[in-house]
Design a protein around this ligand. Sequence first.
Ligand code: ATP
Ligand code: MG
Length: 490
Amino acid sequence: MGKSLSMKNITKRYPGVLALDHVSIEIKAGEIRALVGENGAGKSTLIKVLSGAVTNDEGEIRVGDKVFPHITTLQARENGIAVVYQEGSLVPSLSVAENVYLGKRFGRLVNHKALEHMAAQTFEHLGIKVNPGTAVANLSPAYRQLVEIVKAVSQDAEIVVMDEPTAQLTVDEVEMLFGIIRRLKADGITVVYISHRLDEIFEITDSVTVMRDGKYITTLDTKETNKTELIEYMVGRELSLSYPRSSKPPGEVALELENVTGNGDKDVSLYVRGGEILGLGGLVGSGRTELAKVIFGAASAKTGTILVRGAKVEIKSPKDAVSRSIGLIPEDRKSEGCFLKMTIQWNVALMNLRRTGTRFFVNEKNEREQALRYREALKIKTPSVAQLVGNLSGGNQQKVVLAKVLAAQSDILIFDEPTRGIDVGARSEIYELMVRLLEEGKAIIMISSDMEELLGMSDRIVVLGEGRVRGELAREEFSQQKVLELASVE
Ligand SMILES: Nc1ncnc2c1ncn2[C@@H]1O[C@H](COP(=O)(O)OP(=O)(O)OP(=O)(O)O)[C@@H](O)[C@H]1O
Ligand SMILES: [Mg+2]
């Protein structure tokens, strides 16, 4: 059975940041509660207080009938609180089964086979297809996330907290996760669910709490609210979700691929002009990210030709790509995106250095001004650009990756899932920024699994499937159905 949860007047201060400002929430046993708010609103901090990962400065936590001025990780675990973090906590070199039971105490020593058997039963109960003997290192990010969830759930949890569990999941995997959540609900377990994808909130939760700037704003019955109202509470003003368009016509072809094969893609031909966005549509696994890596030199093309401004080029490494003025905002920003232990300023300046190849001339003042400009343009929430990227909220870390790539001022930009994990307010800022880039004549290739974004922002869409081009759509013929039809043809 689940437990009720109440957090009262929770306050947490960091140097220069009031991350939580007297936040109070109450959740009934067995309730599925969403927690929403813009990047940096304090969602992750609140649940870190609940799990004991962070110590609150003020307030109290009540779990069931026990009250704690603040809670330790051990107390949290003993009282049935399990958290699935945004960052992930699995040990890659251990097997799935070992990870699931890591940190658990058994009365006697248990051998690997027994562990695997236990894990297999849990996975089957929850409807997840994975071999418990596999090393976590061999799993896709999505499956790691699912294992992470099973690990939390299998600890006799009574309150399960998930921090953006679907950020890396495909449509099918999201369904699998929702299956798990429904089963938890049927078992009467309390769930706290954080997500920037509002559709999910409406599909799976009973009630929703909105936070803004470290403060509690309101709690609504999910059935009695709607997207527009939620967004208004989140950003504190009316916001129209529109897609801006460039006022200039496209120019010359900036990048062209002729029959490129490699990294899972086969015989791909496409082009993008300066001043336009070429959208890449397709299901997950259709070869879009793989293609982005080929263009950026992170994987090599086996055959075919890549032309930049009409001239044939060899791109063998990201360095080659950068020297041809190609930039990539990668999908997996945690591992490929930025250096968490360095400052925002340092990360943003990194690509300048890559471009010039030396660090003889470090102009501290210019670097700082550059970082400040991007903080403003992308609304990166931080008191100082000298802050370590690792101390930023998840969404704000992503904005730093964007800033870093943009600062290199490449002419050809590949955005792989540009707004994943980014809140609704900041999305429109990113769209505006993309349009400014187009008006400066830059070419953009955008990979997006967000259908509205793909249709709203692209000038043309090329749909990939199993590594091949399935078709191209001009803006006049855009529709969700056409993209899906092309994506799913055999
Ligand atoms: N260790 C830390 N040191 C300094 N500031 C921190 C630290 N951890 C969090 N913060 C700040 O606290 C605020 C709240 O961050 P939090 O991670 O809770 O946001 P969030 O609502 O989870 O955002 P997101 O949607 O981007 O994940 C942010 O301004 C963040 O920069
Ligand atoms: Mg967060």
